[in-house]
Design a binder for this molecule. Structure first.
Ligand code: HEM
Length: 556
């Protein structure tokens, strides 16, 4: 039919199974409300871990098993050929004409330079460590908010809302230095609309000649409005930062991401990449869209599975409480390396519930070869991470069960790709377009979860069971909010009270230094201590207590 590239073997047949499609729309009608589930069913029905669909006029290769992922993304030239992204309508607009890391074409200098700068300046391990105080503050604020909402009388808590607020505040504080303490409702609404539009179905992305339907459906107008609102918001944030840079001394505040981007903007060595405001704004969209929702979804799904699996929950809680002991009411980041079982739990959760189940679409930039067959340039590639996580050939007959122990013995080092040579765990993607925010994400997810497990006992309300229904979007969340009963860990409430007061009374620099002193000393060589102290001082100066800490929970 209308497959533009000649996707054929020499005998004229298609090299990969091709479920039958309709004229014009091809296989689009077979994608239901949850495309990852529809694609899994289609792959199973046709016994086709690699299958070729036509979505509108777009030839699309769907990868649904670990073996297929290895065949497609094997080392060598394929990785380069598969590193393209389709220029989808909403992404192109909201990324300022594909000028950000997520959507930029890989061929030009921009994507490589922007990704390199993001890794070294924004998302690399030292920079992530530098924002530790923000994460610890927000984890404490989350615990306080949950305690407040549960009111000590077993009232159910909407954990989903709390998690979105916590991760969004973390990203806002790290990106914009936005620590006014109040959730800015207007900003939140703008960013939520951005997320919705990026996940929306634009006809133009599949049948360009019918793109006018998007105008009729009002989608184009919504997109333009959202772009203008987002742009005005970024302009204001950037102007404030420029003003502050000119009026304050360089050392008076730790750099947030906008400061870093402005520094690169002024640096002749980076001018070709960051020289325009559009590029700075595009990268801010990267951080927000890729960083907020994915992390909250990861914690939300992990808590869902923990409450559904009380034995696993109890084991994870025993570990956290054993490591932290009875004298502290907060997990610090320095505790995390000892929370081995928690890391297994998170892996298991991301296996069964990857927040981006179809990753971010790829497009071949040049022909490549899979199983000896040529995949033409311009083919869209969808990797079904959810199907790969449930692949019984890779995970065994109990692949559908939540068993964190199955990851024991594996390499839990976040510095290495999660998928290793087996390609069976791909929640952060694969190859050169894999997620550069993995350190940032794991730091947030581990800390929030560990604190929730330390401070509360969790169960579903009224002895019921928590469901697993999904709501489709750019990031897949629960369809129904996660509402749970959170009982304060016995004997810990007074400690929380004291801790909140102690934190409020200490100056920020003292707070960070105090936490750091208790946990970092054993790891520091004498010669690095001074540098680290200086860094901590800088971090501390930009870390006032979050507003949630100013309200002592009612239950206390
Ligand atoms: C649990 C949390 C997260 C998950 C599951 C996740 C997952 C992903 C996935 C699946 C991709 C596409 C990879 C591919 O195409 O192979 C991606 C890309 C990306 N992620 Fe994440 N992510 C998370 C958190 C973050 C955070 C916190 C940030 C930054 C603050 C971030 C920044 C990015 C960026 C910039 C890209 C685009 C990379 C490129 O195209 O070169 N992510 N992420």
């Amino acid at each position: 039919m209308l497959l533009s590239p000649p996707f054929k073997t020499s005998s004229g047949s298609s090299p990969f199974p091709r479920p039958w499609g309709l004229p014009i729309i091809g296989n689009l009608h077979q994608l239901g409300a949850l495309p990852q589930a529809s694609l899994s069913s289609l792959a199973a029905e046709h016994a086709a871990p690699l299958m070729l669909l036509r979505l509108g006029s777009v030839p699309t290769l769907v990868v649904s098993s670990a073996d297929a992922a290895r065949a497609v993304f094997r080392r060598g030239s394929n990785d380069r050929a598969l590193s393209g992204r389709p220029a989808l309508r909403a992404a192109a607009t909201l990324s300022y004409g594909l000028r950000n890391v997520s959507f930029a074409p890989p061929g030009g200098e921009f994507w490589r330079a922007a990704r390199r700068a993001c890794l070294s300046e924004l998302l690399g391990a030292p920079r992530v460590r530098a924002f530790r105080a923000v994460r610890e503050d927000e984890a404490t604020a989350l615990v306080a908010a949950v305690a407040d909402e549960s009111r000590g009388d077993g009232s159910a808590v909407n954990l989903s809302d709390r998690l979105v607020a916590a991760t969004s505040r973390i990203v806002r504080r790290v990106a914009f230095g936005d620590d006014d303490g109040e959730d800015n409702i207007q900003t939140k609404a703008i960013l939520e609309e951005t997320q919705r539009l990026l996940g929306a179905f634009f006809v133009a992305d599949y049948m360009p000649w019918l793109g006018w339907l998007d105008t009729l459906r009002g989608l184009r107008r919504r997109l333009e409005r959202n772009f203008h609102e987002l742009d005005a918001f970024y302009e204001k944030v950037i102007d404030e930062h420029v003003h502050r840079r000119t009026t304050m001394s360089n050392n008076s505040k730790e750099e947030d991401l906008v400061d870093v981007l402005l520094r690169l903007h002024d640096d002749p060595a980076h001018r070709s990449t960051f020289g325009s405001r559009g590029a700075i704004k595009g990268i801010l969209t990267d951080m927000f869209i890729a960083g907020t929702d994915t992390s909250s979804a990861a914690v939300e799904w992990t808590m869902t599975e923990l409450v559904r699996n009380p034995d696993v929950l109890a084991k994870a809680q025993r570990e956290v409480r054993g490591v932290v002991g009875d004298n502290r009411d907060a997990v610090l980041e320095s505790d995390l390396p000892r929370l081995h079982y928690l890391k297994l739990v998170i892996r298991e959760s991301l296996r069964l519930h990857p927040p981006a189940p179809l990753l971010v679409p790829r497009e071949t930039t040049e022909p490549c070869t899979v199983h000896g067959h040529v995949v033409p340039a311009g083919t869209r590639v969808l990797v079904n991470a959810k199907a790969i996580g449930a692949d019984p050939d890779a995970w065994g007959p109990d692949a559908a069960r939540f068993v964190p122990e199955r990851h024991d013995g594996g390499d839990l080092n976040d510095h290495k790709p999660w998928h290793d040579d087996t390609f069976r765990l791909v929640p952060f993607g694969l190859g050169r377009r894999s997620c550069p925010g993995v350190h940032f994400a794991t730091a947030v997810v581990e800390l929030l979860l560990a604190n929730l497990l330390l401070c509360f006992d969790w169960r579903a309300p009224h002895g019921g069971e928590v469901d697993l229904e999904e709501e489709n979007g750019l990031t897949v969340h629960r369809k129904n909010p996660l509402v749970l009963v959170a009982e304060r860990r016995r004997g810990a409430a007074s400690g929380l009270h004291e801790q909140l007061h102690e934190r409020l009374q200490l100056k920020p620099s003292q707070r960070v230094k105090k936490a750091a002193a208790s946990c970092m000393e054993p790891f520091l060589k004498p010669e690095t201590t001074l540098a680290v102290e200086e860094e901590l001082e800088n971090v501390a100066l930009r870390a006032p207590p979050p507003a949630a800490l100013l309200q002592v929970p009612k239950c206390l």
